[in-house]
Design a binder for this molecule. Structure first.
Ligand SMILES: Nc1ncnc2c1ncn2[C@@H]1O[C@H](COP(=O)(O)OP(=O)(O)O)[C@@H](O)[C@H]1O
Ligand SMILES: [Mg+2]
Length: 323
């Protein structure tokens, strides 16, 4: 069995009488990506702050690489790296100087070599000697993450690393996260973007009103909501009528000439469905299997839409262009 990099049990935290974390439990396997998903104000940053020793919990236990955050603060700090929601970059220093400062703080040697390697890895060589104040948002995030990587921490906390980034920078960040995981690093990532969690995480926990309302792999979460179905589009109403007669349990959209047939999405059922159409000499112009996505899951679990729709739409259109 893989060991736990992060083990959280009965974690509680309130600000005054406002309870933010009302007893949450989870476990993150070493070398995996765990994503804490939740809307603004859900308590993601609070969780990161407690897990990284920046804030004390009111109750519960947190172990990082086996060390208790309450009693072994030093040991915990030695194995973690944190990239906060707001970049910790010193704007008046250059990228190189920021990294050098971090290498000195962490007593990483040889400092120059580590700094050079990170500048190359993050594609910041050209701007290395410019003041960070002149960097774009995406470059600043990259520099911030590079600073987190000084000293190669085993466990990295990324608090909303891509919020506000343009689609290209977001993709770059995703690539870097994937590289880190390939090297065996454990990643704890918070996000408001369902798609980001879906893309990166081995396991996801959904935080809502102080509780984890769901946990599992992206696939497990998606299976929790009903709704996998086959979508068939027909050339005319006559074919739609025929198909609706043949396929029991289907719902129809006469305007769009679409039939939705509930299905488990397995190849055997799909083959059966297609054979039935064929036996009755019915041809569908389009055929697709729709699996619920994390948006459907979030909506079902919390009764609200989870993401900032505009960002999602922008990203999707840019992806479409990229293809
Ligand atoms: N230092 C604080 N004092 C009082 N309330 C706070 C403090 N920090 C956060 N909160 C409140 O706690 C809730 C959770 O905040 P936060 O952990 O920052 O959520 P998230 O990172 O998911 O957006 C919010 O309602 C926020 O206003
Ligand atoms: Mg936050």
């Amino acid at each position: 069995m893989r060991s736990s990099a992060i083990a959280v049990s009965g974690l509680r935290k309130a600000y005054g009488d406002k309870v933010v974390l009302d007893g949450i439990d989870f476990d993150v396997a070493a070398g995996s990506v765990f994503s804490l998903l939740g809307p603004n104000g859900a308590g993601k940053t609070t969780t990161v702050n407690v897990l990284t020793t920046l804030m004390k919990a009111d109750a519960g236990t947190v172990r990082i690489a086996g060390h208790d955050v309450a009693s072994a603060t030093k040991e915990v700090r030695r194995v973690i790296g944190v990239t906060g929601q707001f970049a910790a970059v010193d704007e008046l220093l250059s990228g190189r100087e920021n990294l050098r400062l971090m290498a000195d703080l962490k007593r990483v040697r040889p400092g120059d070599q580590v700094v050079t390697e990170l500048l190359e890895r993050f594609d910041l060589v050209e701007s290395a000697d410019k003041m960070a104040a002149t960097y774009s948002g995406g470059m600043r995030r990259k520099l911030d993450l590079a600073m987190t990587l000084v000293g190669a921490p085993q466990i990295i906390f990324l608090d909303e690393p891509t919020t506000g980034l343009d689609p290209r920078s977001r993709r770059t960040m995703w690539g870097i996260v994937r590289e880190l995981v390939a090297d065996g690093t454990t990643i704890f990532l918070t996000t408001q973007y369902l798609e980001e969690a879906d893309q990166l995480a081995d396991r996801i926990a959904v935080l809502d009103q102080g509780h984890l309302v769901a946990q599992g792999t992206p696939e497990e979460l998606k299976r929790q909501v009903p709704g996998t179905h086959v979508r068939l589009r027909f050339a005319d109403l006559y074919e739609l009528d025929e198909a609706a007669r043949v396929l029991a349990g289907a719902t129809r959209d006469d305007e769009e000439l679409i039939l939705r047939v509930p299905s488990d999405g397995e190849s055997k059922s799909l083959l059966g469905l297609l054979s039935r159409l064929d036996e009755h000499m019915i041809n569908a112009k389009e055929f697709s299997v729709h699996t619920p996505d994390l948006d459907d899951v979030f909506l079902a679990l919390t009764g609200r839409a989870g993401t900032e729709r505009t960002e999602r739409t922008e990203r999707t259109s840019e992806e479409a262009i990229a293809r």
